[in-house]
Write a protein that binds this ligand. Sequence first.
Ligand code: HEC
Ligand code: HEC
Ligand code: HEC
Ligand code: HEC
Ligand code: HEC
Length: 297
Amino acid sequence: MKSLKLLLVLFLVVLPFAAGAGQTEKKAKTIDELVEMYDSSGCKDCHAEIYTQWEKSHHARPLMGVKGGLMLTPLATKGATAFSPDDPQRATIKNFPCFKCHLPQALISAEDSVAVELAQALVAQDATKVAKLRITCTVCHNARAIIHKRELGEPEKGVLYSSKKDIDAHPDKTFTKVKKSAIMKNAIFCGQCHGLGPNLEFDQPFQCANLYGSYLHSYIPAGGTHTCQECHMKKGDHVIAPNFNDDKQTSELLAQAISLDVQTLGYEWLRKAKDYTPKVVVNTKITTTAGHRIPDG
Ligand code: HEC
Ligand code: HEC
Ligand code: HEC
Ligand code: HEC
Ligand code: HEC
């Protein structure tokens, strides 16, 4: 009897805590747990073409650098940047301000222990581990699909967002609904990560991508009318080129995009009698069809 009472008391004490803990989202302690939380490999079964395109894109390897250069290595190396920790064991999420755009899910769902594991992987140049961290389908179609959070709230669990329409019965096991996002058709969706200018909100400002600033302040005022999606995602293409690991494609795209118009005038200048000096006037005009400066970053 006594032990039953004790059990009851224990229950009463433990239950309210358990309920509370259930409401706060658990964060990932390891890289594998974080990968699991945003895993999109299941989308492949039904959206095979989009999945294959995405796998070729930079969004599928945002911490790998161009051609596997593991560009975050300085962030894990003592003294190499203002953000680098003295010891990878003591790394925290704050040591990687790059997550804002290169891995936004880490800011939402990762404990500092994930930063430690990443710092150690970078020091060890463990490319296989770093490559697991990707801007997956659900990062764009859930975590980054709502920006007006005061009015619209946080992206809902189990819901995907699309640029098109609500779907009440989406056949995926975890994501059973699709809702229309207010921004996925607009440039501002890409602008969340493609940068307005220096990142001034950190205790040490720095600059990476600024292309959205250039789009807003140069292309649009000059009469530009296209969105990023219209130029980069024709027919829903998820390669979202250029792919800098593909030299051939990159130079073909640049050749299409950049035109060089050269006009020349050659003449001889009669400085004084019988003294002709050859002269040339060269007018060059470089134009691009891009909706922003190139190159960026
Ligand atoms: C079992 C198959 C299946 C899986 C798995 C699946 N989808 Fe779908 N998805 C569909 C089908 C079928 C539709 C079209 C439904 C309709 O139009 O009524 C759809 C529609 C969508 C749409 C809206 C498309 C539109 O034209 O409006 C998005 C976005 C989407 N899926 C993303 C995903 C993502 C991201 C994943 C992985 C997390 C995923 N889907 C997993 C079958 C699947
Ligand atoms: C404001 C968002 C943003 C932040 C913050 C940011 N980046 Fe980037 N970064 C991007 C985008 C978007 C690209 C690709 C597009 C471009 O370069 O225009 C990029 C490209 C790069 C590239 C060139 C491509 C490659 O993979 O080699 C490097 C290197 C890079 N970032 C490193 C960093 C590092 C290191 C940090 C943190 C100190 C950081 N970035 C922070 C958005 C950002
Ligand atoms: C970098 C962000 C990003 C990633 C990553 C991404 N998508 Fe998309 N996706 C978009 C945007 C933006 C559109 C809308 C394009 C438009 O309106 O032209 C879209 C469109 C779609 C559509 C058509 C419905 C719609 O909303 O127009 C489907 C289906 C889809 N994505 C599935 C996927 C799947 C599956 C993956 C992973 C393999 C994926 N997406 C990864 C940004 C992304
Ligand atoms: C969640 C943040 C995020 C969103 C949203 C996003 N991007 Fe990116 N994008 C990146 C990062 C980070 C890279 C660079 C990855 C790397 O280092 O290779 C990148 C790379 C690219 C590249 C390859 C060229 C390069 O410089 O690496 C293109 C093109 C691109 N993005 C276009 C878009 C477009 C168009 C949209 C909107 C439909 C979009 N992105 C949405 C973060 C994002
Ligand atoms: C009018 C069409 C157009 C619009 C609008 C446009 N782009 Fe581009 N973009 C291009 C072209 C053309 C290139 C250069 C050719 C190439 O490398 O694909 C390019 C190149 C890029 C690159 C590679 C930059 C580099 O360093 O070489 C990124 C990243 C990119 N665009 C992202 C975006 C984003 C994000 C938006 C919206 C804010 C956007 N683009 C709007 C046409 C456009």
